[in-house]
Write a protein that binds this ligand. Structure first.
Ligand SMILES: [Ca+2]
Ligand SMILES: [Ca+2]
Ligand SMILES: [Ca+2]
Length: 338
């Protein structure tokens, strides 16, 4: 009982650590290994001592189980029209018993109204999870070949990367099937002396991807969405130079605070490089260093605030980070009435 409990704990810990393999390929007998077998025959005749006869040796070589496996790591990628270097993530695993790394040719099949342009394949280089064009490895050609070790720990992460056409419209989708084809030819018959290639793949998602046809596929989706920002502007009086306490009035010398609430109405994608430009109207003077973004003050001339004396005076405010989905961030600044 104690022993079983320990086993359970070890299994649990390995699973938690991600060390327990999802595939069991490395426990399969390797392709190319020769297995010899003989039998011993014992007999006696009329009370004679036992005689042993050994059979001839039956030898064969273990065949090559060819089993590429494709899985999806990014099921849906939301994109906007005109966006570049959008990607779907896949893993490609060699789940066979290859003696050497299995050569696998990558290709794709597209379906849907959306057709991405400049499709390319990149291989994750392990530095940073996710696709980075400057880091990950661009694979050459329209149907590149990768070599995948049979150890599931060495599964290869592939990014199918493309640009969204400028004319794409919200709601359009593109399904892309990543197809991994083993670059070996299945043997017609078994030669016991040869490690023959035998297709052992599953059926997949692409057209005609049945079981045992030497390839496997999985699919993921690009979907076009609209990202719209709204901006609501209001003003309030901070002081009027006359009254010590509210209510204040809007007279020359009063300090007015403008508030612009910027909302990302998209529930799917953040907005990047959000910038507000405000030309200060006549009869008002901007109060230096009065910009606040979401309650945090930023000085004129900082990375977030550019001031131009004009006329007219103009401030440009850049959010320090992406505006997250379904989020409102207020920008405030102050002016005085001349
Ligand atoms: Ca990466
Ligand atoms: Ca064989
Ligand atoms: Ca198949």
């Amino acid at each position: 009982m104690k022993y079983l409990s320990k086993l359970t704990i070890v299994f649990f810990l390995l699973t938690m650590a991600g060390a327990y393999p999802a595939f069991a390929a490395v426990t399969d007998t390797g392709a190319g290994i020769t297995i010899d077998n003989t039998a011993d025959i014992e007999f006696s005749v009329g009370g004679s001592p036992t005689t042993t006869v050994t059979s001839s040796t039956a030898s064969f070589v273990v065949d090559h189980k060819v089993r590429p496996v494709v899985a999806v790591s990014t099921t849906t990628q939301y994109v906007v029209a005109g966006s570049t270097s959008q990607y779907l993530g896949f893993t490609v695993t060699n789940d066979g018993n290859s003696a050497a790394a299995l050569p696998i040719v990558l290709s794709n099949e597209q379906a849907g109204a959306l057709v991405m342009t400049n499709i390319a394949y990149y291989q994750e280089d392990g530095t940073t999870p996710g696709f980075q064009a400057a880091e990950d490895t661009l694979l050459p050609g329209p149907t590149p070949t990768i070599n995948v070790d049979r150890d599931p720990a060495n599964a290869v992460t592939i990014y199918l990367v493309g640009d969204t056409p400028a004319g794409a419209t919200a709601g359009q989708t593109a399904t892309y099937h990543l197809i991994a084809t083993a670059n070996v030819t299945e043997a017609a018959t078994d030669d016991p002396a040869v490690s023959d290639d035998v297709y052992a793949d599953d059926a997949g998602t692409s057209t005609g991807d049945v079981a045992y046809n030497g390839l496997h596929s999985a699919n993921a989706l690009f979907e076009v969405v609209d990202v719209t920002l709204t901006a609501a502007k209001s003003s309030s009086v901070i002081s009027d130079g006359v009254n010590a306490a509210p209510p204040f009035f809007r007279i020359p010398g009063s300090v007015i605070e403008y508030r612009v609430e910027i909302t990302n109405t998209s529930a799917l994608l953040p907005a990047s490089n959000v910038t507000l430009t405000d030309a200060i109207p006549a009869n008002l003077t901007y109060v230096a260093d009065s910009v606040q973004i979401d309650g945090t003050a930023y000085a004129d001339g900082s990375a977030q605030v550019t001031y131009a004396a004009g006329p007219p005076e103009e401030i440009t405010v850049t959010l320090p980070a992406d505006l997250p989905v379904s989020t409102t961030i207020p920008i405030t600044f102050q002016v005085t009435i001349d």
